[in-house]
Design a protein. Structure first.
Length: 169
C-alpha cells in the first residue's frame, strides 16, 4: 500500500502544480486588419467595437472599411469617457480613436484596466495644429517655441512620459 500512496501523492502534487501555474488566456487583437474587426459577426459572441460618431476616425472607417463601419455604428459612444467606461464595464470589447488620446487615457487610468494596441500601426495619420487669427502676433513666437521643443527633444520626452499607453497608477 506504500507504493500506492507514493503514486497517489506524486499524481496529486503534479496536478496541484499544474493548476497553480496555469496561465490565464488573453484574447488579443492585432489592429484594424484583425478578423475580429473585419468579420465581427463570425466571432462568438460578436465582437463589439465603436468610436465617437461624426469625427475623423468614423469618417476614415466609413470610407475605407464600409462593412466594419456598418457593424460598429450600433456600438458608437457619445464621447471618450463614455467609451472608456463601456470598455471597463464589458459593454464594449474595443474602442477605436485617436492614438495620442487613448495612450494618455490608458496611462492615467485608475486601476490600470485599459491597454492600447496598434499605436505603432497607424491606420490614418492626422496631425495636430494650433489655430490663430490671421496676422496674429503670436505666430512667430509659437513657431520658434515649437521648433525649440523639437530641437531640444522635449516633444519626445513629453511623448515618452504622457503618451506611451503604459499605466502609471
Amino acid at each position: 500500500w506504500a507504493f500506492f500512496a507514493v503514486i497517489f501523492l506524486a499524481s496529486y502534487t503534479a496536478n496541484l502544480a499544474a493548476f497553480m501555474i496555469q496561465e490565464q488566456y488573453t484574447d488579443t487583437v492585432s489592429g484594424l486588419s484583425d478578423k475580429k474587426f473585419q468579420k465581427p459577426q463570425e466571432q462568438y459572441p460578436p465582437f463589439r467595437f465603436g468610436t465617437v460618431p461624426n469625427g475623423s476616425t468614423e469618417r476614415n472607417i466609413r470610407s475605407n472599411y464600409p462593412e466594419m463601419h456598418a457593424h460598429m455604428v450600433k456600438y458608437n459612444q457619445k464621447g471618450v469617457e463614455d467609451a472608456l467606461n463601456s470598455l471597463k464595464s464589458g459593454k464594449l470589447d474595443a474602442f477605436i480613436y485617436d492614438a495620442a488620446v487613448l495612450n494618455y487615457m490608458a496611462g492615467k487610468d485608475e486601476g490600470c484596466k485599459l491597454v492600447t494596441i496598434g499605436s505603432g500601426k497607424v491606420f490614418a495619420t492626422t496631425g495636430y495644429g494650433i489655430a490663430l487669427q490671421k496676422e496674429s502676433r503670436w505666430k512667430r513666437p509659437i513657431d520658434l517655441a515649437l521648433l525649440q521643443f523639437l530641437a531640444d527633444g522635449d516633444t519626445q520626452k513629453l511623448q515618452t512620459v504622457w503618451l506611451t499607453g503604459i499605466c502609471r497608477n
